[in-house]
Design a binder for this molecule. Sequence first.
Ligand code: BES
Ligand code: ZN
Ligand code: ZN
Length: 498
Amino acid sequence: MFHISNGNPYESEQECMLIGLIDQPEKFSGGLQQLDDAFKGNLTKLVKTGDISAKYKSVSVIHSLGNTPIKRFIFIGLGRSKELTDERLREAVGKASKKIKDLRTGSFSVVLDTFIAGKISAEKAAWTLSEAFIMASYEFPGYKKSNEPDIIINKITVFTNQDKKTIESAVETGWIFGTGVNNARTLVNTPSNLLRPSSMAAYAAEMADEYGIEIELLEKEEIEKLGMGAFLAVNQGSGEPPYMIVLKYQGKEEWADVLALVGKGITFDTGGYSIKPKDGIVGMKTDMGGAAAVLGAMEVIARLRPDRNVVAVIPATDNMINEKAFKPDDVITSMNGKTIEVLNTDAEGRLVLADAITYAKMHGADRLVDVATLTGGVIVALGLDKTGAITNNDDFYNQVKEASKKTGEFIWRLPYTENDRERVRSSKIADLNNSPGREGHAIMGGAFIGEFVENTPWVHLDIAGTATTDKEYELGPSGATGVMVRTLAMLAVGQKPW
Ligand code: BES
Ligand code: ZN
Ligand code: ZN
């Protein structure tokens, strides 16, 4: 698929070549001078007329009309080198990648060294280019009868003057990150009749097999034996059996110092007897976005094999209604013995996560991150482009925040105080109640989960607003975003030099 070349890019035969332009050039210099010469100075003219521009995110396609062995050039504006950041580069490349996809070519090439500027090193550029390309060209296949053949890009040539091995590994890493995101997106986009709890379990098993990591799949009987009463209550109204999916990646000699990733895996959320209104129920196939983020991150981790230990725990079930379904007013007992008064069956995510957190701790978790499409409240508080966070530990939160800065997946911390802890403990008849009211309810969701985390360093990520999008954007189409796959993977894989 990839080919890294130290050759002269402008002398090779290519269908399409991507070139970054930075700091509006007066005229072309260096390698681009050679190109301009081949065009008899016409590229410089096009720069002067603004047809080719270094303006941020400006994309221009130029046909060589036989002037060079390269059929077409795509120039992507990167803005000012001083202002160039990972995230700006990622978005610009994403935009250019969509153009490449529209051109429906079977191969393309990129002049890597034209993307190295400001704070962006060669390796960072290589990583970002491949990550952004694969994310931006994602498409959910869907289920339409279509006779248009898919054009699959099967060759990408990266021209560079840098060390081939180093660039190759950075390109590969970006590709792995992007693939993790896309696979998570596909899980989220798949409707719940086709992605059942058992399908998620099978998906995880296949992944474990492919990348050689350990898997433990708990079926209903074992879940009952372990006393996961909160998880089981949510599954009670369903014809689909629940699964507790556990994946273990061991990168250290000893199973100690374990990072746990816990993802909400509700394959469909009707709300239960606290049923959702007809407009609120559409889209609830995406209520396993947290699980998908964890699965995507585990895939990246299993492929990159860092020297860390990571356990993933995913409670998978739908939240349905039949005569056996749990009801408001029910009191249930979670695996750690705490009793819960159910005031709202639509606040089911925190119930399944409660037992998943307890189980992650049984697997030796020293640090916990849970990811969940947990509350509409986070959308009210932060909008559709920000993931809400809650934590009990500043240091661990800072690590997650650092990872999120690197990936450009914005997170924002919500306050979590003693008052919040009191509110989730305010039931008259049980230890906890699952829905203390509308006020600050994104915080309440996190605070409820916090009761099961206890003292382990923990970050809760509410992705109800960010797991999907209505609008196409630079790094992908509308639908599932695969948010947090990269941040979780970055957190686990750790600091890279670039
Ligand atoms: N799955 C929903 C949250 C959600 C809402 C996700 C919109 C994506 C988009 C969750 O289970 C839920 O229904 N939460 C309730 C909690 C409330 C009853 C305390 C909510 O946010 O309204
Ligand atoms: Zn719900
Ligand atoms: Zn839900």
